[in-house]
Ligand binder design. Structure first.
Ligand code: FES
Length: 102
């Protein structure tokens, strides 16, 4: 199993924000939901919009291009649960956030 890699400092991603980070070969949207971190694939499943530049509303992540919305906790699309973004394991170690690449 792949090891966790450090992707950001905790203070780089305040609660309520999301950012694109790189975990190994994977581009990941890393979200801070009230202090809990979640990571999903950065490319939207519609037309590959950059979810790390989207808007986070509690646990809902809105794609900046056409507004598809995902639950960052599960990767599920809010409208169609057959649409599911890959998610990643996340942990906080001291003052850094780590993600396990897929
Ligand atoms: S690319 Fe994300 S909603 Fe269209």
């Amino acid at each position: 199993m792949t090891d966790f890699v450090t992707v950001a400092r905790v203070d780089e991603i305040p609660p309520g924000t999301v950012k694109t980070v790189r975990a190994g070969e994977d581009e990941v949207a890393l979200a801070n939901v009230e202090g809990d971190f979640y990571a999903v694939q950065a490319a939207c499943l519609h037309l590959h919009g950059p979810l790390g530049e989207g808007e986070l509303e509690h646990h809902w992540l809105h794609c900046p291009w056409h507004g598809w919305t995902y639950d960052v906790r599960t990767g599920l699309n809010d409208f169609d649960h057959a649409i599911e973004l890959p998610t990643y394991d996340v942990r906080v170690e001291g003052d850094v956030v780590q993600v396990r690449p897929g």
